[in-house]
Design a protein around this ligand. Structure first.
Ligand code: ADP
Length: 297
């Protein structure tokens, strides 16, 4: 028998998903270690929902393999589904059911159901238990869907833009609470967002989806260590373009330049200083700035 949990809760190997001619996922690789909380960041339309649906076996890639909790995603067994949770972007609720009934009904599908946790969350998040699901506000419906997905304490919880319908000021705090509950006991969470500020200080790691591939996967700190902005000033006029490895964007105006790069080496700084008689300041960027620079290539 395979060890459980597997080393990686989720693995994509060379996965391509095409709609018509267009590869939304393009030989994408990603391995999410069990026990991590990962934010999947990408612009609207980057393919986040497609990636999550492929992860769950709800969409079938044309190429590559997706393994979830040690099993092929497309032929997932019923028992593996007991250990998985999924909250789609648009809540799917039976509108005629009352909230309390929906919670009980959902619980009846799972061997493992933490009724005390569900009651506690429903109270904390002020869910109107006697109201019909169809009459809930968008935010309430999103919270109800989250409670329903947390109830069986899944080993891997997948959330598609879980806080998109909530008030921006409370969003990150709420997400932090959800992730703490979901990740308790070394469980794994993967959630998507297109808003960088939702992600800072709530995820252990970030995966950036861009042009059908994961352009970065690692800790936020690592990303910030890698990508820097160089502010250059010289007595001479700079060339039209710098030709050095790792450069993401460059804005050059006469004797001043701003260069964002993936790779700052002492040799690169030396070269800029000696070749161009430039003073170089190395500046840190926040996640929002990094995200914008990565998309400006
Ligand atoms: P995101 O979640 O990052 O906003 P999606 O995965 O929803 O991105 O969509 C990625 C791209 O794939 C979009 O251009 C979308 O129009 C397209 N797409 C998604 N699902 C389908 C589908 N079933 N048929 C055709 N195109 C689709």
């Amino acid at each position: 028998m395979n060890p459980f949990p597997p080393e990686n809760a989720l693995e994509f190997r060379a996965v391509s998903k095409l709609y018509g001619e267009r590869a939304v996922l393009d030989r994408l690789d990603l391995a999410i270690p069990s026990g991590s909380v990962v934010g999947l960041l990408g612009k609207n339309g980057a393919g986040k929902t497609t990636l999550l649906r492929c992860a769950l076996g709800l969409a079938k890639p044309q190429h590559g393999t997706v393994t979830i909790l040690g099993e092929p995603a497309w032929t997932l067994s019923a028992s593996a589904k007991q250990y998985l949770g999924y909250v789609p972007q648009t809540p799917q609720l039976y509108p005629w059911m009352r909230v309390a009934h929906l919670l009980d009904y959902t619980g009846s599908f799972y061997r493992r159901w933490n009724g005390a946790l569900v009651r506690q969350l429903a109270a904390d998040w002020r869910l109107p238990l006697n109201q019909r699901a169809g009459t809930l506000s968008v935010g309430e419906a999103q919270k109800l869907t989250l409670v329903m997905a947390l109830g069986h304490e899944p080993d891997l919880l997948i959330l598609d833009e879980p806080v998109a319908s909530l008030d921006p000021s409370a969003r990150r705090e709420f997400l932090k609470v959800v992730l703490e509950i979901a990740a308790g006991g070394n469980r794994t969470v993967l959630f998507s967002t297109h808003i960088t500020s939702d992600l800072e200080r709530v995820a252990d790691r970030v995966a950036i989806l861009q042009n059908g591939k994961i352009s970065f996967f690692g800790e936020l700190g690592e990303l910030k260590d890698q990508i820097k902005r160089l502010r250059l000033v010289s007595v001479n006029t700079f060339p039209e373009r710098f030709d050095m490895p790792g450069i993401l964007t460059q804005r050059i105006q006469g004797k001043q330049a701003l260069v964002t790069t993936r790779l700052v080496t002492p040799e690169m700084l030396d070269r800029l200083e000696t070749d161009w008689h430039a003073t170089v300041e190395v500046e840190d960027l926040n996640l929002e700035e990094i995200f914008l620079e990565l998309h400006d290539e």
